[in-house]
Design a protein around this ligand. Structure first.
Ligand SMILES: Nc1ncnc2c1ncn2[C@@H]1O[C@H](COP(=O)(O)OP(=O)(O)O)[C@@H](O)[C@H]1O
Ligand SMILES: [Mg+2]
Length: 536
């Protein structure tokens, strides 16, 4: 079957996705070729052939919209061949307005479409899947090359959709692991971007000279692949992704190189299948302004430019002006040990209140250990309530405390975070967790200008794997900012405490987040991803 089968003047979908074709004023099942509407037991009499008779050069039919409109035969044929109509007419999916616009643009030859959209919005299963199958049916002997930053995204997401939809498109389809063939000689292949050297040599094919490139999760596709794509001179490019950081070819397609693309941006509110409750939950959990929320809900790039602070002054000020009611509760303390001329700091949180920080300078490490013990006793702390920075100099300090009978919990900022998808290391996780508690006005913060300034000068960024990380102490020093010892101690007391209490914000996370940060190394597990709204 070709897109508009030569045998039929018009094809439309009725009932539960049954396609029927109009020929000589009668409707036939496209699949079986039999007259449509033959009622069981009606003795073979054809009933209800509906409107749609060709009469005087005009065709009346229900068309895609279901409205009765008068069109010429040529118009009908043209309409059913258009990509924006393909999902509804051929796949039985009613595309959203934005999906139609994206597809309408991609219908045109020599087009480059860039789409950035929230997670799970329907990029792969509607836009990419429709485009691939349409291209194959529309252009005999043509080629589609599909790739994604991580091969498994093609394998686990695009290919199952193509397989499912192709199985409903009648005869002539052969679906292999990384290749689909159609009876008209058209092919679609899946290509891994891990070997840019081999990503060459594709060219426009078939009588109509068509080559389409589908680049899914483009934020993870290396620049070298984009260069190879350019060399192939495709007739159409569909570049899609949920947005990531502010670098790479995908980002440039929306900024510096936007004039080369037709760009589309989509947020979760434009996708009715994404439950509002899920959106609310994300905002509740991470905060409206959190870079992850900006990306996965609002479809925005994670603008972690120069001015991106873990905690802004306004947010801190708001918490200071609107402190929570004090609640009694357990104690959590955090020790930040001084290196060189820095400060030793002990932060003690009791219930939801952080006591005034205990800070002092002390060059002799052993004396510092003694002073920490004095402070522990003064605050009636027990060893299990105490957390301590165990990176670098912290190791001998913790050892010395242990020798003195204080086996405290060791925290190494460089170590693996609990949430490996979102954060580069434990230090970033502690800072972001505390920042969120401040944003939610959940802590009573001691009056301490040095602490305030340290909390509101630490910048964040994404590391090479797209996870959130902190500006390093060396980077801070380079711009003349002291080591934020008080900030570290405060953040440690607030966040380590949350681990101990039944604070579930960081325990229950949606699987959709996996996709967000797992892309670069491609090692994430995709099982269960996008639960509830993914293509089966
Ligand atoms: N037009 C639509 N109508 C109904 N459901 C849709 C539509 N578009 C997308 N979806 C739903 O969204 C799910 C996720 O789509 P998917 O293509 O995997 O998202 P993305 O690639 O953008 O992350 C699909 O399985 C489907 O259930
Ligand atoms: Mg996808």
């Amino acid at each position: 079957m070709t897109l508009v089968e030569d045998k039929f003047e018009e094809v439309k979908v009725v009932g539960r996705g049954t396609r029927i074709g109009l020929r000589d004023g009668r409707w036939y099942s496209v699949k079986t070729g039999e007259l449509f509407g033959r009622r069981k037991g009606s003795g073979g009499k054809v009933v209800d052939q509906g409107g749609g008779k060709v009469s005087g050069g005009g065709v009346s039919g229900s068309g895609v919209s279901g409205k009765k409109v008068k069109r010429t035969r040529e118009e009908v044929i043209a309409e059913s061949a258009r990509l924006e109509n393909f999902p509804e007419m051929w796949l039985g999916i009613k595309p959203y307005e934005w999906q139609k616009k994206v597809l309408a643009e991609l219908d045109l030859k020599e087009t480059r479409v860039a789409l950035k959209a929230a997670n799970g919005s329907g990029k792969t299963s509607v836009c990419a899947a429709a485009a691939v199958l349409w291209h194959m049916m529309r252009f005999p002997e043509s080629l589609v090359v599909c790739t994604a930053g991580v091969w498994r995204q093609v394998e686990d997401q695009l290919w199952p959709c193509l397989r499912k939809f192709a199985s409903g498109l009648g005869e002539g389809w052969t679906v292999h692991n990384a290749e689909i063939r159609y009876g008209n000689g058209a092919r679609a292949i899946g290509f891994s971007t891990s070997d840019p050297g081999k990503f060459e040599g594709w060219h426009r094919q078939g009588p109509s000279e068509n080559l389409m490139m589908v680049l899914d999760e483009g934020k993870t596709i290396p620049d070298s692949i984009f260069e190879a794509v350019e060399r192939c001179q495709p007739s159409r490019i569909l570049l899609m992704s949920s947005p990531g950081g502010t670098q790479g070819a995908f980002y440039r397609a929306f900024t510096k190189e936007a004039h080369l693309w037709k760009t589309f941006s989509v947020d979760a509110s434009m996708c009715p299948h994404i439950p509002e409750s899920w959106v609310k939950e994300q905002i509740e959990k991470w905060g409206e302004q959190h870079p992850l929320v900006r990306s996965m809900v609002y479809g925005e790039f994670m603008e972690l430019g120069n001015e991106s602070l873990v905690l802004s002054y306004n947010v801190l000020q708001n918490c200071l002006s609107n402190p929570p009611e004090e609640m009694k509760g357990g104690k959590v303390a955090f020790c930040d040990f001084a290196a060189g001329g820095d400060e030793n700091v002990l932060a003690v949180k009791e219930g939801n209140r952080v006591h005034p920080l205990v800070c002092w300078k002390e060059r002799d490490t052993m004396s510092a250990v003694g002073r920490f013990i004095v402070e522990f006793k003064r605050h009636n702390l027990r060893a299990h309530e105490i957390f301590a920075d165990a990176g670098g100099l912290g190791i001998p300090m913790c050892d010395a405390l242990a020798e003195a009978g204080w086996t405290v919990n060791r925290v190494n900022n460089g170590e693996r975070p609990r949430d490996t998808e979102a954060y580069a290391n434990r230090g970033a996780e502690l800072w972001f967790t505390a920042a969120r508690a401040v944003e939610m006005c959940e802590v009573v913060i001691p009056q301490d200008d040095v602490l305030f300034s340290q909390l509101t000068t630490r910048k964040c960024k994404t590391n090479s794997r797209g996870r959130l990380s902190l500006e390093s102490k060396d980077e801070l020093r380079l711009r003349g900012v002291d080591s934020p010892d008080r900030g570290d101690a405060f953040v440690g007391a607030v966040s380590c405490g949350m681990d101990m209490q039944s604070f579930n914000r960081h325990v229950v996370r949606p699987s959709v987040l996996n996709e967000f940060t797992s892309y670069v190394e491609g090692q994430a597990s995709y099982s269960g991803l996008d639960k509830g709204f993914r293509c089966e």
